[in-house]
Design a protein. Structure first.
Length: 275
């Protein structure tokens, strides 16, 4: 077994491992998706029913009860539903990934004891699995946009360009939470609180313009805010993304991922002892 000093912890080592184990990653992602709905009566239909139902409830609460409005739309409930669902798709990637992160290594203890198994692919599998759900949610949004507005904006083709940097940031968080979760079993409780906080401190149910000016800068510090805005621009409003902003976001994400992977590799040698 490699010692702490011998175990590679650079981004290059991570990317080489992911490239070398591409087939294994695809098989694990396929298994994750199939197991999620195995045994249920409606099967994969739940992947469509749940986001639509949840978005409908939030749309009623915030558009009808709290009278939230977006200036870019006609203000109708269906327009509001599309906007909310788009934000929930983005937040869903974050929520699903970090909710599972603390138990990633613990739930695969049999892999830890296998010297040849690349544990570093497990956090990536979690993020990719959540992106599959995001693709389904995005397809729902595009379909609703087509039905209501009679078109799908060509800028929707740029959606992967927007979600790519976001996936890097989410993967970095999963790496850290997966490693720390082995030693701190209460971490899952803290993560559930974080998911709720980010749900309501991200402009999902309200426009960023509705936030008082003195708090708006703090809202932009939330890494989900920028991506939610960019996804809505390319999918709903037909605007080009902020390429400069995405470039800065990508560089920051890669820097955070480098640190996160280093932490994961440094803590990794104690996994077998704890488990």
């Amino acid at each position: 077994m490699l010692t702490i000093s011998q175990r590679p912890a650079s981004l290059i080592a991570l990317f080489r491992s992911l490239h070398g184990h591409g087939n294994l990653i695809r098989r694990l992602c396929s298994r994750e998706f199939s197991q999620r709905f195995r045994g249920s009566m409606l099967g994969m239909a739940w992947a469509i029913i749940m986001p639509v139902f949840t978005a409908a409830i939030y749309t009623f609460v915030f558009s009808t009860v709290f009278k939230a409005r977006w200036t870019e739309t006609t203000g109708g409930p269906f327009d509001f539903a599309i906007i909310v669902l788009t934000g929930m798709v983005v937040h869903g990637v974050f929520a699903e990934s970090i909710a599972r992160a603390p138990s990633t290594v613990i739930g695969n203890a049999n892999y830890v004891k296998k010297v040849v198994f690349p544990l570093e692919i497990l956090p990536v599998v979690i993020v990719l699995s959540s992106l599959i759900n995001a693709c389904i949610g995005s397809a729902i949004v595009l379909t609703m946009n087509l039905v209501l507005k009679g078109m799908i904006f060509p800028t929707a083709l740029l959606l992967p360009l927007v979600l790519g940097p976001y996936a890097i940031v989410v993967a970095a968080l999963v790496f850290v939470l997966a490693a720390v979760g082995v030693y701190l079993r209460d971490l899952s409780q803290l993560v559930s609180v974080l998911i709720t906080i980010t749900l309501f401190l991200t402009p999902i149910f309200f426009p960023i313009e509705a936030v008082p000016e003195e708090f708006r800068s703090a809202m932009w510090l939330n890494p989900l805010t920028f991506i939610v805005q960019q996804v809505r621009d390319v999918v709903i409003f037909g605007r080009l993304p902020d390429f400069i902003g995405l470039s800065v976001y990508s560089l920051a994400g890669l820097s955070v991922l480098a640190v996160a992977f280093w932490i994961f590799q440094r803590l990794r040698n104690g996994f077998a002892d704890v488990l």
